[in-house]
Design a protein around this ligand. Sequence first.
Ligand code: NAD
Length: 334
Amino acid sequence: MKFLITGGAGFIGSHLATYLVGKNNEVAILDNFSTGKRENIRGLPVELIKGDIRNIECLDEAVAGVDTVFHQAALCSVVRSVNDPLSTHEVNATGTLKVLEACRRAGVRRVVFASSSSVYGDAESLPKLEQMPAAPLSPYAVSKLIGEHYCQLYWKAFGLETVALRYFNVFGPRQDPDSEYAAVIPKFMQALVNGEPLEVFGDGSQTRDFTYVENVVLANVAAAMSARAAGKVMNIACGSRWSLLDLLARLNKLFDTDVSPILREWRKGDVRHSQASIDLAQKLIGFWPQVGFEQGLNKTVGWYLSSRRPEREVVTRVLSDTRESVPLQAGSRQ
Ligand code: NAD
């Protein structure tokens, strides 16, 4: 059985590729390397197609003979989408339509689409349930919602099996700390290790359902296989939430630092609180997170320290401490 991963040289896609190759599957990757890196997939026995999901000829070539497409390729940043809505739409919305169309024509069995918790926006109540109305706050969130709608349309109108997974704040090894649009965990780690100012937009009380990447990989694989998942949209997360101040406290402990954040204005497009219900994913694809937030954070810090040449000595308590502490409960605010 052959799998194609669009965006397979990126953070999540490369973990998925590593997993699938490890299970002796035939894997192809289509990536334009806009944010993906060759080093993420170095040594992996995959077919590598350097190309763009906006190019339909390139897609036709990539999907030929493929059973399942894991569609991860996207411009992933909320901030970037606010600065440049058109490119985000072109890659994430139109690009997803082109992927689906190429799959339909080629007779691909299933497409698993990487959607995002951002589609909920600032929904009042927590946890976020799939049946809540979407309320996107950024062009990125709109582009992901359009992708979901196209996925459902291709299932209903053409019988192409599609599953959309709404990822909640994925983190783990290989997440790029250097990008202008870096996610919060790599950004905080970089600031702590380099002794740079650590900025927080807002007051740090905003919460996120941080999800270790291995959970997302397993969710993708289950979504590809489960008969009940076709045509569905579901949350993929841990079902708990941690504030940015919680995160910083935990990282301060792991890096043996004592850094306070510099508080900046709230940013356009950012949501205040995010926490998923994962009941539907459990029911439809048997999903349950295997790695919790704190264990995942320990692994991520361990990777971060081993993958860089330290600019100064850092002390870490990462490996000894794998216990989980209690996250905020659903509905509680801080
Ligand atoms: P990433 O930037 O590391 O990976 C995206 C990959 O897509 C990169 O390898 C990039 O080079 C490739 N790509 C971008 N535009 C392309 C194009 N036009 N043609 C071909 N390849 C292209 O990001 P990631 O964090 O691994 O995200 C993977 C997917 O998960 C994305 O669809 C993202 O929107 C979604 N997602 C991520 C998170 C998260 O917390 N990381 C949360 C919700 C959803």
